[in-house]
Ligand binder design. Structure first.
Ligand code: NAI
Length: 723
């Protein structure tokens, strides 16, 4: 055994401590899975052993799940038929190891402190009894990366918790705390932190039996699909899944199939059903894309991604935020939350205080929910100094500027702040539209000037877009990445350009929706199709949310900067201007593409049809597919242009930025992943066809054409499954 240590005490109780060498958190690597066989052999063959405890040797939890590095390599290979059958023994190895564990003939208990997730929780589910500390969190989050629990979870959880609770757990992927887990029957006993091992032992000594309920004679699963309680649950499953996923995610459907097809079978047969469906799911392009972007790439970026080497780690102890408005207040909170002393500055004391009050409000809510102690809340708020005095910035390691979007004002506060800080301190602008290189011209030390673009609301949005200007030094970039890591954000790095990466590509989604509107496609079709692609909202709804006047202002500035002609009828810019002419600013004044009558659901604005009469009000499967393709490909081709122009230098920054930044359809793994799984050549050809029909906006950049010719891809191809 390489990943477990075993000790047997005087009472004949063997304790197996899970402790993967060289890692802070346990995961089930192939090597750890192989160890389960050795655990079973030891329990079975050592006559001095009366019962066994499975626990963790790590301080920070039981086990985080399968090793996704390994699982991700072969994901998405689309093996089926004979290849799938040949691979089954290897891919279902953990399933059968755990089946041997639960039928070993002696009592086995899992003692859970901290997190037990995914494969880690499935390991615990194979025990005959589960003790968890009050601080434990358990769950099956596989669905969030396009997988299903493939080591017995889809069979054991419904048998323990019933169908409804099992589907809730597996279809949302959200972990639950120990009390909730006990309430639904997947944990047997909850104890104080540090007491799980003792309680596990006590259960064995009290005569706990080593037989699973489903292996007892006459076992009938409660709430099966044909029972009174289970049948309505099952009837609702397909519509429930479809209304949320529009068929984009095979994992959800296959989880439901596992439960439905497995519930009535003996455990061995049920596990075979799960093993096949797991492999089908793991071999889907969605699983590959989601494991990569939502886990591996995201984690790599959170650790600093391609941080320039040779710069010592920069620890920000004191930081200033200029402008205590919506963004500044959020940034101040994000800093104080991780222990950074924060100076929050505004022109009037009342404004600065209001910014600080935002943090006070957030911590008050957290205390009320029991998620934060009063002391921690007081400490957090105590770290924020709200003032109008720029002298208070002295000694700051970093300054974030978040004043109004105005070049002259930004230049002024840059100078004032720079006068107070040391020569090594970083000055960052949170501008959402102004090019960083231009802003840095106001700075005394442009090499220390960088864009750190946060997203709203700052406390909830994980993404940060770092913008490197022409003058920005590599050292400043490294420091900015360290700061993001301190804030526990996920940074992507882009080179300076109009709209940077996120705003530029996101804009194309709204624009394509407007093109459709101008063509006369019914708005309801446009917004529905938007959601069907997997985007969180339709493009027209989003335009209202973002605010039409804001999009119009950015477009107007672009025309001035690039010396573009005035827009004419049929242009999307003209549509925006016409809307503003009628004071239709979007959701913020209750008047946009939709009307927002108080207390009633939104409804389409009647005047819209006068501007652009509806010509197509009937949808068909062909039309829907075509419109879906337009909405997704328009964004993907723009993302590819960003790579072509070196605005984004790595596919993973584009993909993670798109999903975390504006909710780009997660099942695709992001716009660049979408191009890869479509096939670069196929995607490029499709864009050329769209360009012939709709114009240059779909024209593929040189990068794609070259890659298509050479047969290249952005990410490595899946490795074939080992037989
Ligand atoms: P806001 O209007 O809510 O806040 C701006 C604040 O700056 C106001 O409180 C104002 O009193 C203060 N201010 C003005 N002059 C100042 C000075 N000389 N010294 C100190 N404070 C001064 O604006 P918001 O939305 O917070 O935006 C701030 C910046 O962040 C802008 O550059 C914006 O483009 C950018 N941004 C905005 C996002 C959003 O979703 N609203 C997202 C990402 C970036």
């Amino acid at each position: 055994m390489n990943n477990f240590t075993v000790s047997v005490d005087a009472d004949g109780i063997a304790t197996f401590l899970f402790d993967v060498p060289g890692r802070t958190m346990n995961t089930f690597t192939d090597s750890a899975v192989a160890d389960i066989d050795a655990i079973v052999a030891k329990i079975r063959d050592d006559d001095s052993i009366k019962g066994a405890i499975l626990a963790s040797g790590k301080a920070n939890g039981f086990c985080a799940g399968a090793d996704l590095g390994e699982l991700g390599e072969t994901a998405g290979g689309q093996a089926s038929g004979a290849a799938r059958e040949a691979a089954l023994p290897a891919t279902s190895r953990m399933t059968w190891a755990l089946r041997a564990l639960e039928t070993v003939g002696k009592p086995v208990v899992a003692a859970i402190e901290g997190v037990a997730l995914g494969g880690g929780f499935e390991f615990a589910l194979a025990a005959h009894y589960r003790v968890a500390s009050t601080k434990a969190r358990v769950g099956l989050p596989e669905v969030t990366i396009g997988l299903l629990p493939g080591a017995g979870g889809t069979q054991r959880v419904p048998r323990l918790a019933g169908v409804q609770a099992a589907l809730d757990l597996m279809l949302t992927g959200a972990p639950v705390d120990a009390e909730k887990a006990k309430a639904i029957g997947i944990i047997d006993e909850v104890v104080e932190p540090g007491q799980a091992l003792a309680a596990a032992k006590a259960w064995i000594l009290a005569g706990g039996e080593g037989v699973q309920p489903w292996d007892r004679k006459g076992y009938v699963m409660k709430d099966g699909p044909y029972s009174e309680a289970g049948s309505p649950v099952f009837m609702m499953v397909p519509p429930r899944i479809m209304s949320k996923t529009y068929g984009n995610y095979p994992a959800q459907k296959n989880i439901a199939r596992c439960v439905y097809e497995g519930f009535n079978l003996p455990m061995d047969a049920a596990l075979r059903v799960e093993a096949r469906l797991f492999l089908d799911t793991q071999q889907s392009p969605q699983a590959r894309a989601m494991i990569r972007s939502l886990f591996l790439s995201k984690q790599a970026l959170a650790k600093g991604g391609a941080r320039p080497a040779g710069v010592p780690t920069y620890a920000v102890k004191k930081a200033a935020v200029l402008g205590a408005g919506m963004m500044g207040a959020g940034i101040a909170y994000a800093q104080a939350r991780v222990g950074i002393d924060t100076v929050l500055i505004d022109v009037a004391q009342a404004g600065a205080d209001k910014g600080k009050a935002y943090s006070e409000g957030l911590v008050a809510k957290a205390v009320a929910k029991g998620a934060m102690s009063q002391q921690a809340a007081d400490d957090l708020v105590g770290r924020i100094t709200a003032t109008t005095d720029y002298d208070a910035i002295k000694g700051a390691d970093l300054v974030v500027e978040a004043v109004f979007e105005d070049r002259a004002l930004k230049a002024d506060v840059t100078k004032r702040a720079e006068a107070q800080i040391g020569p090594d301190a970083v000055f960052a602008s949170n501008t959402s539209t102004l090019p960083i290189t231009g802003l840095s011209e106001a700075a005394e030390r442009p090499a220390n000037f960088i864009g750190i673009h946060f997203f709203s609301p700052v406390d909830r949005m994980e993404l940060v877009e770092i913008i490197v200007g022409k003058a920005t030094s590599q050292e400043t970039l490294a420091k900015a990445l360290d700061y993001c890591k301190q804030l526990k954000k996920v940074p992507i790095v882009v080179n300076d350009s109009r709209g940077f990466f996120t705003s530029r590509v996101f804009d194309t989604y709204i624009r394509e929706g407007l093109e459709m509107l101008i063509e006369g496609i019914a708005p309801a079709i446009i917004d529905n199709v938007g959601r069907m692609t997997g985007m969180p909202r339709g493009p027209l709804e989003l335009l209202d949310d973002v605010a039409i006047d804001l999009v119009d202002r950015v477009a107007g500035q672009r025309r001035i900067d690039l010396n573009l002609p005035a827009p004419v009828a049929g242009d999307t810019d003209k549509f925006l201007i016409d809307m503003i002419g009628q004071e239709r600013w979007g959701r913020k004044n209750g008047k946009g593409v939709y009307d927002y009558p108080q207390g009633e659901p939104k409804r389409l604005w009647a005047g819209l049809a006068e501007m652009h009469p509806v010509k197509i009000s009937q949808s068909s499967p062909e039309l829907i597919e075509h419109l879906k393709q337009r909405l997704l490909y328009r964004q993907a081709v723009e993302a590819a242009r960003c790579m072509d122009e070196n605005v984004v230098t790595a596919a993973r920054d584009a993909d993670v930025g798109a999903i975390l930044g504006w909710g780009f359809a997660p099942w695709t793994g992001g716009p660049i992943s979408l191009i890869d799984s479509t096939g670069v050549a196929e995607f490029t050809a499709a864009c050329e066809a769209l360009a012939a029909q709709y114009g240059e906006r779909f024209a593929p950049p040189a990068l794609l054409k070259t890659m298509a010719e050479k047969g290249e891809r952005f990410y490595p191809a899946p490795k074939p499954l080992a037989a």
